[in-house]
Design a protein around this ligand. Sequence first.
Ligand code: DAH
Length: 422
Amino acid sequence: MKISATALALASLTGLCYSFTTTNTGSFKIRPASSTAILSATVEEAATYADPSRYLSDHPKNNVPPHIAALVGRGLHTRPDHPIGIIRAKIQEYFASLPNEYIVYDAEDPIVTTTQCFDDLRIAPDHPGRSPSDTYYLDDSTLLRTHTSAHQSEHLRSGVDCFLCAGDVYRRDEIDSSHYPAFHQLEAVKLFPKEDMAGADGLSGEDWENSAECKVIAEDLKKTLEGLMDHLFGETEKKWSEDYFPFTTPSYELEIKYEGEWLEVLGCGVVHEEVLEMADRADRRGWAFGLGMERLAMILFEIPDIRLFWSDDDRFHSQFKEGQITKFKSYSKYPPVLKDIAFWIPEGFEENDFFELGRGIAGDLVERMELIDEFTNPKKGKTSKCYRITYRSMDRSLTNEEIDALQDELRERVLDLGVEVR
Ligand code: DAH
C-alpha cells in the first residue's frame, strides 16, 4: 500500500490535549450565505493582535518568546485564499446549509484568562495542559488561548444558542512535520429548544446521560459531524469512539479513513451541565465540538509539512484559490542537515523548553527534534538524552556553516536549562 508523505506526517499526530482523565477566531465577519456573523472585536481591535508587544513582558510568569509573539494576529483563518481560510469557509458553508442559524465568531482576542480557558470548562487546576511547560502565559492569570473552547462560555453567557468560533491557538509542544506551536481550531456549540428537552427537566448526572433527550443530542451531534465530513471529504469511512473531555459528557472522538489509515479529526460531546450552569444557561442542553483545521487542510490539500501554512513564499500561496481544494505540488525538496546533541538532564527537565529553544534559535529551519537515545547511568543516578535535530529549509539549500553556527548556539544556550552537554 502506498502511503503519502502527508499520511505519514498525520499518523504521528497526537490527540486533542484535553482528553486526559486526570485532572489536551475574532470576529471579522465572513458572511456565509445564510448564517449571521457578528463582530466580537472591531476591525481596529483585531488589527492590534498583530502587535508583538501585547504578548511580551518581563513579568516573571511570562514565557512567550518573541518568535511566538510574531505569529499572533496573522489571521490565516480569515484569508479567503489560504488553505486554512478555504477549509474554514467550507465548514461554514456546510453549517449555513443546516436549518439552525449559527453565529460566526472569528476575531476574538487570543489573550484569554485562566477562567475562560480552563475553569469555565471544568479543567482542573492540576491538569497538565495548564502547566507553563504546555501553555504560553503572559502573567499569572492570562495566556494565549490553547483552544477555541476558551470562548464557549462567554458566548453561551451572552445568550447565543448556536455558534461557530474559529481562531489561532497556541501550545508548547514537540517539533515535527505535524506539530507547530501555533495552529487553528474551529469550535461549534448548539443548544436545543427548551420544549424539546422538557422530558429531561431536573435530571442530572447519570439520570440525564441515560435520558432519551441526551441521546437525541448525541445523535444530532453525530449526524451533523458525519454530514460535515462528507461535505469536506466526499463519502468517507468514519469511526466513533468514546472519549473524555472535562467539559462534555458523554464525549466522543471521530476518526476518518484516509489512505488506509484511521486519523482522528475531532473531539466532541454533550455539553457538561456544570459548564452550562457556570454560564448561567442551566435551563438548556446541547452539544459542542472542536476540530484542528491544519489537520484537515494537510489531508485535503496534501500539504506535507505544517510549517508551510506560515510560509511567505509565493510558490506556496499562488497555488491556492478561494473556494477551491487543490492538491499541493511540492516546489522543493532541499536536503536536510542532521545534527545530534546529547546531554545529562537535571531533575524537572521539560522537553518542551528544549524544543522551544531550538525553534527560537533556528526558527522554521527546524523540521524536527527527535529523541533518539536515552539511558540512565545507575552509578551516577543521571539520565542522558540524545536528540536528533533535522534542519531543512523549504525554500533553499542550507550550508553546513550556517547550521554549525546554529547548532553551536544551541549547545551553548541549552546550558541555561541546567543540562550538562556530553
Ligand atoms: N478543546 C478540545 C481540545 O483542544 C477539543 C474539543 C473537544 C472541543 C470536545 C469541544 C468538545 O468543544 O466538545 O483538545
